[in-house]
Design a protein around this ligand. Structure first.
Ligand SMILES: [Zn+2]
Length: 250
């Protein structure tokens, strides 16, 4: 049995029986972890209010060889994400961010880049950065870290630079292509969107927020990332569907 401790971001909390909870959390060193917080549903539990989605915490847990569920010993709160969960849209956004990492982070493998991405995105949202922009930046970076980001520099079909008119994401595809290689059917990506995709590689979210792109660019980035992500995962993130339905009703 090993006793481990690490800074973590809480991704998901679900009930287990009537006393316990299962907590999924992301660490830099050990990637995604799942553990039981015994007695967490009981009044005056030692876990108190610490088990909140997207909270930054220090977790101490026991691991036993051959068991995929750890036993959580203590959780110390470092930063809550309450400030971004004050309305329905913020709560949905929070679960959407967490959903990405539930899918893209691996168990037991270092996840330094994903940890830093989620940590800095939450920090920026708390500081008041525009939600739409922060979410698009986050989506695109998850694809980058996952190695499935459609390259915005040159066409992988012919190796040539993209023409001044932009690029095309074919309906069944995951890569941006020039119009000669990709045809004209699909999502037409404007030069401004290509520029945004290049910018995020060299600028942090606060810098992009100081000089934000037009709303139309954000819509294209959302559509592009959703298609590439679906292509890679072979399904849609559950929370993305919930957001679409909820916003349609408002
Ligand atoms: Zn080409």
């Amino acid at each position: 049995m090993a006793l481990l401790s690490a800074e973590a971001l809480i991704l998901d909390v679900t009930d287990l029986h009537d006393r316990d909870r299962i907590v999924t959390f992301l660490t830099r060193e050990h990637g995604k972890k799942r553990g039981v917080a015994k007695g967490a549903r009981v009044k005056h539990s030692r876990f108190g209010g610490q088990l909140q989605p997207l909270a930054k915490v220090v977790v101490t847990w026991f691991e036993k060889d051959g068991r995929d569920l750890a036993r959580i010993s203590t959780v110390e709160l470092v930063r809550t994400a309450h400030a971004i969960q004050t309305d329905l849209e913020g709560i949905l956004l929070g679960s959407y961010l967490a959903d990405h990492l539930l899918e893209f982070a691996q168990e037991g493998e270092g996840a330094d880049h994903l940890f830093r991405l989620l940590d800095s995105t939450i920090q920026a949202l708390i500081a008041g950065v525009d939600r739409d922009l922060a979410t698009r930046y986050f989506e695109a970076w998850v694809l980058r870290i996952g190695g499935v980001f459609p390259a915005p520099w040159e066409c992988p079909g012919c190796g040539g630079p993209f023409p001044p008119e932009g690029a095309i994401l074919p309906r069944s595809g995951e890569n941006l292509l020039c119009f000669d290689c990709g045809g004209v059917v699909g999502l037409r990506i404007t030069p401004a969107t290509l520029d945004f995709l290049r910018r995020i590689g060299r600028e942090g979210l606060p810098a992009v927020a100081a000089n934000p792109p037009a709303p139309a660019v954000l819509r294209q980035v959302e559509e592009l990332c959703a298609q590439v992500r679906r292509y890679f995962l072979q399904h849609e993130l559950r929370s993305y569907g919930v957001i679409q339905q909820t916003l349609a009703r408002l």
